[in-house]
Design a protein around this ligand. Structure first.
Ligand code: IPE
Ligand code: IPE
Ligand code: MG
Length: 252
């Protein structure tokens, strides 16, 4: 896929690729005097609603940050719960995704996952591999720095001459999401305004949208609000406003 820093990407009214940091599960639970894990459970419903809405609204790629490489620092109980939840959700939801023509893929470092979880991930990816609808990517044990280093190491392992400078195009095939267009719209729920080591490379020219809405409360209306904000942005990719095709300015 072309890089936004090398060529001008196509800009459509509906973002082709949305990437979301699903944050605020713990606070959602805390406000209800519930344990944090209740927020994670409830967050699965928001995932379902968002996947459905993206499919219906014509988004082609949806990438969800489910577990960061730093989330291993959380209490063991919470980490184990999240791993168990991931396993359950994969088991329960894959047929539904498949029926809806959705292709599921998981990005991140699988080395620290249990053998069960790795097997389940591989089975889910294989089951949905030929689907033609929404591409749903779940980032789990994912870190943006890990992604870049992993790509460089893969490139070298594939025989890239270490004396030759590395070009963007050399690295592209080895990066997570190398086959997808770069995210057009980045959403973070839960009020924090940071990237938290998500897609550091791929977000180079994404439009950033932050909302106070906690992830378990995120729904179709919240997604539409983010997409409306996106439509009002002027994506210049380094150029001046005057250089843009007026039809592409999207100032509605
Ligand atoms: C995001 O919600 C889910 C994961 C990181 C797995 P949090 O658990 O970070 O919720 P807050 O930020 O504590 O409210
Ligand atoms: C980022 O959320 C990771 C996921 C949503 C999976 P965190 O809640 O872990 O982020 P920080 O640590 O507050 O930046
Ligand atoms: Mg958080």
């Amino acid at each position: 896929m072309p890089s936004s820093t090398q060529t001008l990407p196509t800009v459509d009214a509906v973002p082709r690729h949305i990437a979301i940091i699903m944050d605020g599960n713990g606070r959602w639970a805390k406000r209800r005097f519930l344990p944090r894990i209740a927020g994670h459970k409830r967050g699965v419903e928001a995932v379902r609603a968002t996947v459905r809405a993206c499919s219906e609204l014509g988004v082609q790629y949806l990438t969800l940050f489910a577990f960061s490489s730093e989330n291993w620092r959380r209490p063991l109980e919470e980490v184990s719960f999240l791993m168990g939840l991931f396993l359950d959700v994969l088991e329960r939801e894959v047929e539904r995704l498949h029926r809806n023509d959705i292709r599921l893929q998981v990005i991140g470092n699988r080395a620290r996952f249990s053998a069960d979880l790795v097997a389940r991930i591989e089975a889910a990816e294989a089951r949905t591999a030929n689907n033609q609808g929404l591409v749903l990517t779940v980032a789990a044990d994912y870190g943006g720095r890990w992604d870049i280093l992993h790509a460089v190491n893969q490139l070298l392992a594939a025989g890239h001459d270490p004396q030759q400078p590395v070009q963007e195009a050399d690295l592209q095939p080895y990066l997570s999401l190398g086959q997808a267009p770069e995210p057009d719209l980045f959403i973070r729920t839960g009020g924090e305004q940071r990237i938290s080591n998500f897609l550091l490379w791929q977000l180079a020219y994404a439009e950033l949208y932050f909302t106070e809405t906690l992830w378990p409360d995120f729904d179709r209306a919240a997604l539409e609000a983010a997409m409306h904000s996106y439509r009002c942005r002027e994506r210049r990719f380094g150029r001046t406003s005057e250089q843009l095709d007026p039809a592409l300015r999207r100032l509605d």
